[in-house]
Design a binder for this molecule. Structure first.
Ligand SMILES: NC(=O)c1ccc[n+]([C@@H]2O[C@H](COP(=O)([O-])OP(=O)(O)OC[C@H]3O[C@@H](n4cnc5c(N)ncnc54)[C@H](OP(=O)(O)O)[C@@H]3O)[C@@H](O)[C@H]2O)c1
Length: 263
């Protein structure tokens, strides 16, 4: 059983949880969504997490971000039991990844990017990778994955952020360029080395009067101008997003099978 927790009615959170529920159902993974009103006290949420931690029928727990301002993400992620932390955000799982111990759960989006690279036959060892964005959910764990001393990693990684000087020159040197900053179409053709692999993680809603909703989703990469230069490029939407969900399902199956082995 995979349990989703949603706080309030944030439209994006509803969509994300809905997509994850749908995939779980398609794969035959039981799931349940618990919705708390936005004003719920942090202590109430933590109490529920503790009871799910000790419930033998619950194998994975996912608390959908963003959380209301009065709730600390750090405390919430620390409260989910590491063995049920299918999002890979508990400090124990984060620490294991940094130490090169792959027995923990790895955050789903960077794990999905890694799987995409592997299944696309990209030889990662020896490459120069540039990761844009030092967020805890994508950029930092992505860097840790590509740095692993392992035959499907061993990349030399540069991690860029909003204070990086001359970010273009870093990007231009990248064999693998991964954009996870949340700035619409930030990566332009002039920033990409011909033949580079470009992975677009960003999800940005921009105004578009021609669209039915008045807006549309774009990534962090200016796809139309970068595609002719890149060796390989992910579409967005439809590239990294589905991989994130696939990795969540993989982590859930892994959590359930580990629990079954222990019982
Ligand atoms: N497809 C998926 O499944 C998926 C999953 C998760 C996230 N995302 C998307 O990925 C993006 C990043 O998410 P996140 O949670 O990692 O975000 P985050 O924690 O807010 O981190 C954003 C990072 O981007 C950097 N940044 C912002 N503007 C920049 C600029 N102009 N130049 C260089 N760096 C800049 C920030 O730098 P500072 O640290 O210096 O502020 C920060 O390190 C978002 O668009 C999010 O929606 C997609």
């Amino acid at each position: 059983m995979l349990v989703f927790i949603r706080m309030g009615e944030d439209p994006a959170s509803r969509v994300y949880v809905g997509m994850k529920e749908k995939t779980a159902a398609q794969l035959g993974i039981e799931s349940q969504t618990i919705v708390f009103p936005e004003a719920t006290a942090e202590s109430v949420l933590l109490e529920r997490l503790r009871s799910l931690n000790s419930d033998s029928q619950t194998h994975g727990i996912l608390v959908q971000a963003p959380l209301p301002k009065h709730i600390s993400e750090t405390i919430v992620y620390r409260t989910v039991a590491p063995q049920k932390d299918v999002d890979g955000f508990h400090p124990e799982n984060v620490g294991k990844l940094m130490l090169g111990d792959l027995s923990g759960f790895v955050p789903c989006t960077p794990a999905g990017v890694h799987e995409l690279l592997r299944r696309s036959g990209i030889e990662i060892p020896g490459t120069r990778a540039v990761v844009l964005g030092r967020g805890n959910i994508v950029g930092k764990p992505m860097t840790a994955i590509l740095l692993q001393k392992a035959p499907d990693a061993n990349s030399t990684v540069t991690l860029c952020h909003s204070r990086t000087l001359n970010i273009e020159s870093h990007c231009q040197a990248a064999d693998i360029l991964i954009a996870a900053i949340g700035v619409p179409e930030f990566v332009k053709a002039s920033m990409v080395k011909p033949g580079a692999v470009v992975i677009d993680v960003g999800v940005n809603r921009i105004p578009d009067p021609t669209a039915k909703k008045g807006s549309r989703l774009v990534g962090d990469v200016a796809f139309d101008e970068v595609q002719p230069i890149a060796g390989k490029i992910t579409p967005n939407p439809g590239g990294v997003g589905p991989m994130t969900i696939a990795m969540l399902m993989r982590n859930t199956v892994e959590a359930a099978s580990r629990m079954a082995q222990q019982s």
